[in-house]
Design a binder for this molecule. Structure first.
Ligand code: BES
Ligand code: MN
Ligand code: ZN
Length: 498
């Protein structure tokens, strides 16, 4: 899909469908919509007769007896608030795009969203582009296309005659990239584990590095052994698929001593190992690399937007499987940090791979601040569900930055405490610590385990077990991977870069 912007009245693109967003109670004066007068008259009667009032989420469409420019009119309500926020744009655009698809539109124009409040045209253009792309996303790779299916090929966002187009073009690029990088993350998750192996994930990282301008280094088992990443090795050794340590580097501000270490959980499949998962919990476990997908999406964003910031991303990617080579409950394993870990549950594997990735980011890549993002605990789903990212942090300032980024990204986060009193739950009779202390406070104890490997650096942990996947399709996101975390990380880095 191609997205562009043009000034109202100056567009030369012929469209088949016009999406016209309205606030409640808008007066339709002649020429306001830049449409032919008979079409404008039709719309004003719909408004006058209160068929269409502009109420939030209201959609009204009609079809004109002509070929195009436009042939379908979709009116979408924005509600009565003058300050149109991101949530409103999200809902309006996603339902309008769904309608446009139902009407088999190929070329769509989206009229300017009028609002007299804080959201600038710049932000509006970004948001419209982002949510148009997200609503259009479809992971159709393994479904034979229906004969009569039609894709939206072109979208033209119309803006007012007085806008500064160079500013808006930049905003458009940002919104388009945000939408596309979220879709990249969705697809990485949606590809099944027989395709999206650690090897494939590394190849994808390389591909995007080349395309958007970040360096990618991939290490294999021999290198991982040389680094003494015993915890990571223990998780990956039960699988026939070779494990990969993927490092992605974008240093956009070489004079700045700060290097963000960004770690993503990259389990391309999690069977649970010998502490095997029940069947019901297993078939979606290709999504256990959702953290890695978010990290790759975020790297695409920071590099494409050329942020003045240094980020080194690390993904320790492998499968958690059962075999004669697999690690077992009761094993005592080492780690790159030198700590010994008693394995009480092989299904608490993510924290083991993350522990070594954190150590690697600090020791080898000289990270000064740490962020990790992971589909880490079922307990995070129990606590916060599908819509809220469980967030734990050793640093109030970093958390505050994430809180602010959360609003810009329209991704909700909620802070849980790194409760010191629960640290004793990690104690082991036979080793420095155990990997799984049991059910109570599962998200917190997983975080306390990770904290042991952060070298005391400022650190934020994002548990996206809930938000990274959806069983229920919506107009904004189909069944499967959601791309959770991409926008959040990008807006965090953007805020931290000036
Ligand atoms: N990948 C899972 C967590 C998960 C569960 C993500 C459901 C998405 C949906 C993780 O490796 C895991 O199995 N965690 C265990 C930890 C427990 C053994 C301490 C869990 O949450 O049950
Ligand atoms: Mn697991
Ligand atoms: Zn897992």
């Amino acid at each position: 899909m191609d997205i562009r912007i043009s000034k109202h009245g100056e567009s030369t693109v012929l469209c088949d469908t016009a999406i016209i967003p309205f606030t409640e109670g808008i007066e339709i004066s002649e020429g306001l919509l830049y449409l032919d007068s008979d079409v404008e008259a039709m719309i004003s009667y719909l408004v006058k007769d209160k068929i269409f009032t502009g109420k939030k989420e209201q959609i009204e469409s009609f079809r004109l007896a002509r070929e195009e420019n436009p042939r379908n009119i979709i009116l979408v309500g924005l509600g009565d608030d003058q300050c149109i926020d991101q949530e409103t744009v999200k809902l309006a655009i996603s339902s309008a795009i769904r309608k446009a698809k139902q009407l088999k539109s190929k070329v769509v124009e989206i009229h300017q969203i009028f609002n007299s409040c804080s959201t600038s045209s710049k932000e509006m253009v970004s948001l419209v582009a982002k949510y148009t792309i997200l609503s259009d996303y479809d992971f159709g790779d393994y479904k034979t296309p229906k004969e009569d299916s039609v894709d939206i090929l072109e979208v033209n966002i119309l803006v007012g005659p007085d806008e500064d187009m160079s500013i808006l073009e930049k905003a458009l690029d940002e919104g388009v990239m945000e939408g596309q990088s979220i879709c990249v993350a969705r697809t990485l998750v949606n590809e099944p584990a027989n395709i999206m192996t650690p090897t494939m994930l590394a190849e994808e990282a390389k591909k995007y590095g080349k395309e958007y301008g970040f360096d990618v280094k991939v290490m294999d088992e021999a290198d991982i052994k040389a680094l003494d990443m015993q915890a990571f090795l223990s998780v990956g050794k039960g699988s026939a698929e070779p494990m990969k340590l993927i490092t992605m580097k974008y240093h956009g501000n070489p004079n700045d001593p700060e290097i963000y270490g960004l770690i993503g959980k990259g389990l391309t499949y999690d069977s649970g190992g010998y502490s095997i998962k029940p069947t019901d919990g297993m078939h979606t476990m290709k999504s256990d690399m959702g953290g890695a997908a978010a990290v790759i999406g975020a790297m695409i964003m920071v590099a494409s937007q050329k942020l003045k910031i240094n980020v080194t991303a690390v993904v320790a990617s492998c499968e958690n499987m059962i075999s004669g080579h697999a690690y077992k409950p009761g094993d005592i394993i080492g780690s790159m940090a030198g700590k010994y870990i008693e394995i009480t549950n092989t299904d608490a594997e993510g924290r083991l791979t993350l522990a070594d990735a954190l150590t690697y980011a600090v020791k080898e890549e000289k990270a000064t601040k740490l962020i990790d993002i992971a589909t880490l605990t079922g307990a995070a789903i129990v606590a916060l569900g599908e819509k809220v990212i469980a967030t734990l942090s050793s640093d109030d300032d970093m958390f505050a930055q994430f809180d602010a980024a959360s609003k810009l990204a329209s991704e909700k986060i909620w802070r849980l405490p790194l409760e010191k009193e629960y640290k004793k739950m990690l104690k082991s009779e036979v080793a420095d610590l155990k990997n799984s202390p049991g059910r109570p406070a599962g998200t917190i104890t997983a975080s306390l385990f990770l904290e042991e490997f952060t070298s005391g650096l400022p650190w934020v942990h994002l548990d996206i077990a809930g938000p990274s996947w959806t069983d229920k399709a919506s107009s904004l996101c189909p069944y499967g991977g959601t791309g959770a975390g991409v926008s959040l990380l990008y807006h965090f880095f953007k805020k931290s870069s000036y």
